[in-house]
Design a protein around this ligand. Structure first.
Ligand SMILES: Nc1ncnc2c1ncn2[C@@H]1O[C@H](COP(=O)(O)OP(=O)(O)OP(=O)(O)O)[C@@H](O)[C@H]1O
Ligand SMILES: [Mg+2]
Length: 362
């Protein structure tokens, strides 16, 4: 079914696209195996929709932590770790566990809840959930935020679940794989790396055929005439990203012309990318990132490592070390802002390119 819907989807019949459906199945396999998973993909590609569809389709019991409001903050209070959705009947739990859930949901306002109290209540809640249910899912949506959480040892928490609570599976989602690595692969060699507990599930963009088919069907349902050239333009401009294609579809159904709907959607995509660049710069504090993005955005086919180095050095009138440039490029790749194609670095999509060209270098 091709529905233009502006919220995350949680119904398999409405989740469009071969790879999105495959990702739902893959999540099921990973959870059945008892492994943890990381759902990765560009902004608005459908990560949340895949996870919510998975939870609903297989009727799992779950706790859902939506950390997206905290993206870009480099110090996040433990209170962010309050579940946004409680996907089971709390009344089924023993009274102590019900109290724990009230505490971690921050419903008990009068008590002073410190990070330690919060953490120990969360742990005892997890213990109860593990013994009560055969399978229980904990989702951290936009889990890169966990790297900046203060007052709670999240890595310890994940380790604890992994070692002791075999009925609980953890699912992380993230649009910045580089930052997620920070959560699961600590830099200190003494700490255990969690990377091996997690299976990565990538959500790709829709193909050109999928984009056109989705829009054609959606238009048909809404009595809108589909023009092949226009649909191809939508695919090219919006780089096959479902969230933006749906946004365009919604504008068309509200009566906007192709030109107006596409223009508004591109502006919307640019504004989201600007926010993402902002968050990225707050975390990786260096003007060189914007300079690299600008160098790449001005090219048509991208630039090689040495071309970027040369341009940066000319602009800055100083040498840039190999290790610094490698780190800068690695972080941009990890944030999904650039990609490496045939030995050249390119900006990942058109709207991002436009957003970059509008940025001022400080
Ligand atoms: N496979 C799909 N079929 C139909 N609509 C979809 C699909 N994937 C995403 N959408 C639509 O795109 C929008 C964005 O989806 P969603 O919020 O799941 O993406 P996301 O990757 O989690 O985005 P964000 O980066 O903002 O967290 C929603 O309106 C959703 O309805
Ligand atoms: Mg999301």
């Amino acid at each position: 079914m091709c529905t233009f819907y502006d919220r995350p989807i949680n119904d398999l019949t409405k989740l469009y696209g071969f790879n999105h459906k495959e990702a739902v199945k893959r999540l099921k396999e990973v959870v059945d195996k008892g492994t943890f998973s990381i759902v990765l993909g560009a902004r608005r590609v459908g990560k949340t929709s895949v996870v919510k569809t998975f939870l609903k389709h297989y009727s799992y019991k779950y706790l859902y932590f939506d950390l997206s409001p905290y993206i870009g903050q480099n110090a996040v209070s433990f209170q962010a770790l309050t579940p946004t959705e409680i996907g089971f009947n709390e009344k089924e739990l023993a009274s102590e566990a019900q109290l724990n859930i009230s505490i971690v949901s921050l419903r008990i306002r009068e008590a002073k809840i410190t990070g330690d109290v919060f953490q120990s209540n969360l742990i005892s809640l997890l213990r109860d959930l593990n013994s009560k249910y055969k399978k229980f899912i904990i989702v951290f949506d936009e889990a890169q935020v966990l790297a900046f959480l203060k007052g709670i040892n999240v890595r310890g928490l994940i380790q604890l679940i992994h070692n002791n609570y075999s009925n609980i599976s953890v699912i992380l989602t993230g649009s910045m794989p580089g930052l997620l690595e920070k959560v699961i692969s600590p830099t200190k060699a003494a700490e255990p790396s969690f990377a091996r507990y997690f299976e990565k599930i990538y959500i790709p963009r829709w193909t050109k055929e999928e984009t056109i088919d989705f829009l054609k069907n959606g238009f048909l349902k809404n009595g809108i005439r589909a023009d092949e050239t226009e649909l191809e333009e939508v695919y090219e401009e919006l780089s096959g990203i479902p969230g933006f294609i749906v946004y365009y579809g919604l504008l068309r159904t509200s009566g906007k012309s192709h030109e107006k709907a596409l223009e508004n959607t591109i502006e919307y995509a640019i504004s989201l990318w600007k926010k993402d660049i902002d968050s990225f710069i707050k975390i990786y504090d260096s003007p060189l990132y914007v300079e690299i993005l600008k160098i790449l955005a001005r090219t048509i086919t991208g630039a090689s490592w040495s071309e970027i180095k040369g341009e940066l050095e000319t602009k800055r009138m100083t040498t840039i070390s190999k290790s610094l440039l490698s780190r800068l490029l690695q972080n941009l790749l990890g944030a999904g802002m650039i990609e490496k194609l045939n030995g050249k670095y390119v900006v990942a999509d058109r709207a991002l390119k436009k957003a970059v060209l509008r940025l001022r270098i400080k």
